[in-house]
Design a protein around this ligand. Structure first.
Ligand code: GTP
Ligand code: MG
Length: 191
């Protein structure tokens, strides 16, 4: 749920990068962060939990975008993809206005993509959200791999709701900005 600050005419919106382990969620955020002018971005932050393994999410307020006299500021988060962290993912998804699902085009990741999407649907049900109207962008990442599954094939197993699809090579910074601008526009439309 976007936070509305009437006095300052500002809306804060939350975007969560979701997906299976190692699909490139953190790579996306780091790349976006590095490209933004310094004055437009807040610091990249991380939170460690009591869990022994290092677990973190990144937080990044991005430069305000103006819509109808209101400024929208986006806050970007990633979730940890490892299967064990289902509760952390649910918590981070709370209050998300937009979701970027980072799928992995590696040939051995088809099942992991699909499991992660099924779990995301469970979380949306938990939060009383309708997947069909949820602003979501499906990024198909790692398309640079020589044996990558074709984008249409990766998307076919995941895209029940005609969400926009963006092919990416996040590690080279390709498709990263397009993904962010697409989800930002979807979120702005729904505010
Ligand atoms: N070939 C290739 N590798 C990538 C690409 N994007 C990310 N990677 C690599 O994939 C690995 C995982 O990337 P991360 O960004 O840490 O993935 P993550 O989704 O944040 O992983 P978790 O936080 O463990 O869920 C790293 O070694 C990245 O360099 C890409 O476009 N192509
Ligand atoms: Mg990560």
């Amino acid at each position: 749920m976007a936070a509305i600050d009437v006095r300052n005419h500002r809306i804060d919106a939350k975007i969560v990068y979701y997906g299976p382990a190692q699909s490139g969620k953190t790579t996306n955020l780091l790349n976006v962060h590095s490209r933004l002018p310094q004055e437009a971005r807040g610091p990249m932050r991380s939170i460690d939990t009591v869990d022994e393994r290092t677990l973190f999410f990144d937080f990044m307020p991005v430069q305000a975008i103006e819509v109808g006299g209101w400024q929208i500021r986006f806050h970007l988060y990633t979730v940890p993809g490892q299967v064990d962290y289902v509760r952390t993912r649910r918590a981070i998804l709370g209050g998300a206005d937009g979701i970027v699902f980072v799928a992995d085009a590696s040939p051995d990741q088809k099942a992991a993509n699909e499991m992660s999407m099924a779990e995301l649907h469970d979380h949306l049900v938990h939060y009383g959200k309708d997947a069909a109207t949820q602003p979501l962008v499906l990024q198909v990442n790692k398309t640079d791999l020589p044996n990558a599954i074709p984008v249409s094939e990766v998307a076919a197993g995941l895209n029940d709701h005609a969400w926009p699809i963006v092919p990416a090579m996040a590690v080279r910074g390709i498709g990263v900005s397009e993904t962010l601008s697409t989800i930002a526009k979807s979120v702005a439309r729904q505010l």
